[in-house]
Design a protein around this ligand. Structure first.
Ligand code: ATP
Ligand code: MG
Length: 301
């Protein structure tokens, strides 16, 4: 594989509003991940996403070196690591923002080629950017259908159908949401997040990538995002949560993959490790079995 120029803005700079680029909805994904109790991370089913031995270099900089991570239906995997660890670069190869130099991506056990964001969306992969990439002056339905508007048979915009569809998806995700007629700029951070997630879910996301989902939110809004994530899990959606700060994603994650200097330190089941053990992975690159009590204590000194 060769490097491709960025086809859209990256995770940190989502100014390009990828949804605006698309005139029509992506093709439906071929798979339907199971939902309910069978969709637990611990079971041995084929993962929804497998990224195998991914390499990405920028000139002499090895941004991602041989990283393998996976994600199951109904699971949240936190992808954490310090600044420059390679998280965004890794996940951009899944969102289609650029290609890996080598490695393989499998969706439901099938090898796929993701050359651009359109390929990713056709596979049910949607990205929620940190800034949410919402159009501030229009309402929730306008944002859900931004760039993928519904038209009536006469060719005009079908506002009623778009509002009905938005009410329907929001009824599932966040039943307390009432502000359908309000420009999204006057919504709270948590409500704005609901709109961004409704947009992804309406267009059939099976795999969600969320970049620092709660970093800028207060406690009440963080709780709202937690409810949304819980609902998405119940629907069998798999979620990668990316953050440089473990505190942002610890509570929400089922497993946590830690990167340091382009390499995967390890992937751990959240319930089997402490937050300090994850901090030691992030800072020192030491796995839970490798770190001493003294080193753990020094994390707080
Ligand atoms: N387009 C690029 N050109 C050159 N180098 C890049 C590019 N994008 C990333 N890098 C380098 O690749 C490495 C990994 O960067 P990346 O953005 O993936 O890290 P990150 O883990 O997402 O960090 P952060 O938490 O700061 O977002 C860094 O050394 C970065 O400087
Ligand atoms: Mg990043």
């Amino acid at each position: 594989m060769t490097m491709q120029p960025h086809e859209s803005s990256d995770l940190d700079q989502p100014g390009g509003q990828p949804f605006l680029q698309e005139a029509e909805p992506p093709a439906l994904p071929e798979f339907r991940p199971p939902t309910g109790p069978a969709a637990r991370p611990s079971d041995a089913r084929v993962p929804l996403v497998e990224m195998r031995d991914i390499y990405v270099a920028f000139g002499g900089v090895h941004a991602v070196e041989g990283v393998s991570v996976d994600l199951h239906a109904g699971e949240v995997v936190g992808l954490v690591g310090g600044n420059g660890a390679g998280k965004s670069t890794l996940i951009r190869t899944l969102s289609g923002a650029h290609s890996a130099d080598s490695g393989q991506i499998l969706i439901n056990g099938q090898p796929v080629e993701i050359k651009n964001p359109r390929d990713a969306k056709a596979l049910g992969i949607e990205t929620i950017y940190q800034t949410l990439a919402l159009a501030d002056n229009i309402d929730a339905a306008g944002n859900v259908f931004l760039g993928r508007e519904l038209s009536s048979r006469l060719g005009s915009l079908d506002d009623a159908a778009m509002e009905a569809a938005t009410r329907s998806v929001m009824g599932r995700l966040n039943p307390r949401f009432r502000n359908f007629k309000t420009p999204v700029k006057s919504l709270s951070g948590g409500q704005r997040q609901s709109v961004a997630i409704a947009r992804a879910v309406h267009f059939n996301a099976k795999i969600l990538i969320m970049d620092e989902p709660t970093a800028a939110l207060g406690p009440a809004e963080t709780a709202q995002v937690r409810d949304l994530v819980t609902q998405l899990k119940e629907e069998g959606i798999g979620i990668f949560l990316i953050s440089h700060d473990i505190h942002d994603v610890y509570d929400l994650s089922d497993r946590i993959s830690v990167m340091l200097q382009g390499k995967l330190v390890d992937t751990v089941v959240k319930d089997r490790v402490t937050k300090d053990e994850i901090l030691a992975m992030i800072i020192m690159g030491k796995k839970p079995g490798e770190v001493t009590q003294t080193e753990l204590a020094e994390l707080h000194s």
